[in-house]
Design a protein around this ligand. Structure first.
Ligand code: GLA
Length: 371
């Protein structure tokens, strides 16, 4: 063999090994022995998202700060076992119904459906075993996108209809994590999908988020009763601690004694987004002064649940041994309003056979230095 031939063979072999270099790895096994994998999306611009086939969980999200230093901005666990111990939905796909349905009941086409009451008197985030606790099938994957699918059977967790769901994660060249949700059903049903990432823009486990500055494009929010079910009122935010139309620090008014904040233990409320149309629109912007990281959330949804990690209490130890204290993260769960199946005046969450559920949410990261 000539030197040229050997060189050509070596180059060909290394090309094959690069092409087949997988962006997936083993994460663990479910109690019933199914394999759970992690897929890492990278965009060559310093951002990286790692997603689990269990729950579609965004396990880590690496984002540069104003100096270009990478940091993980979502709470989670290093090991798969952490996700099996019923953590508070860290990073997961929530379905079939994001947030609460009062008394675990709703009526559709004259039929009453009964759901698990897994949150006091109410049903929360899809019931005992929602989409966050299901193994999703990988439909396709590339370096910058991952398509997950899950078929929820008629009657699963009490919901009607065989529901075929796909969730597509795309890491764009613009440092965005885009999530497209799609679903079809063979029977009338209700549906409200979201993602439950817990963000801390200073880095996961780096203290509380009270200094983060938040803007939410909402003139109204949905006040709740003591079980966190909306009363049905769409209340003007004017003159309340819910007015985030101009930036405010999360901690500025959170302990003000406002009745709604007392009920929520902090912010745990659905904001009614000001919308110009049906497309992707800016819902909220959050910036963190120390690192300069900025998160903008765009969505096609009518609402967003702003939750300030009020139920975190320091009993969970997450990635890198970090302890997650109260209010050490915030969530912006884009959604239809809680308890919509029982609130005829709220935008409808009914999906019918032949209809296509299609929503998109984009988490765009940048820094205040314009990087
Ligand atoms: C949502 C709810 C909160 C809480 C968290 C998970 O944001 O609105 O009340 O249940 O999920 O802990």
């Amino acid at each position: 063999m000539t030197f040229q031939t050997i060189t050509a063979v070596v180059l060909a072999l290394s090309a094959i090994s690069c092409a087949s270099k997988s962006n997936s790895r083993h994460f663990g096994k479910t109690p019933s022995g199914e394999t759970v994998d992690l897929y890492t999306l990278t965009n060559g611009r310093g951002m990286e998202a790692t997603i689990s086939t269990y729950g579609g969980v965004v396990v880590s999200l690496i984002v540069p700060d104003r100096t270009g230093t990478a940091g993980d901005v979502v709470l989670g666990f290093d090991n798969f076992e952490g996700y099996l111990k019923s953590p508070p939905y860290f990073g997961a796909i929530i379905g079939r119904y994001g947030n609460r349905i009062a008394h675990g009941k709703f009526t559709l086409d004259g039929v009453e459906y009964t759901l698990a009451k897994n949150n006091g008197e109410n049903s929360l985030h899809g019931g005992n075993r929602g989409f966050d606790k299901r193994l999703w099938t990988v439909k396709s994957s590339s370096g910058q996108s991952l398509v997950l699918a899950y078929l929820s059977k008629d009657g699963e967790e009490g919901y009607p209809g065989n529901l075929a769901t796909t969730v597509t994660y795309t890491l764009t060249d613009n440092n965005e994590l885009r999530i497209d949700y799609a679903a079809t059903t063979d029977k009338d049903t209700v549906l409200n999908l979201t993602n439950h990432s817990y963000f801390n823009l200073a880095g996961q486990g780096e203290g509380d988020v009270l200094g983060h500055q938040v803007t939410i494009h909402a003139d109204r929010f949905t006040p709740v009763d003591k079980t966190l079910i909306p009363t049905g009122e769409l209340r003007n935010v004017e003159g309340t601690p819910f007015d985030f139309r101009q930036p405010h620090a999360i901690g500025e008014r959170i302990n003000s004694g406002d009745e709604q904040l007392t009920l929520g233990g902090g912010y745990d409320h659905n904001f009614v987004l000001n919308r110009a149309g049906a497309g992707l629109e800016l819902a909220a912007t959050v910036s963190e002064p120390k690192t300069g990281r900025v998160l903008e959330v765009f969505t096609t949804e009518p609402g967003v649940q702003f939750y300030t990690g009020n139920f975190l209490d320091g009993t969970l130890t997450g990635k890198g041994g970090k302890v997650y204290g109260r209010r050490s993260a915030f969530c912006l769960e884009t959604q239809h309003f809680p308890d919509s199946p029982n609130k005829p005046d709220f935008p409808s969450v009914v999906l019918k056979p032949g209809g296509h559920y299609q929503t998109t949410t984009v988490y765009r990261f940048s820094t205040d230095s314009g990087r």
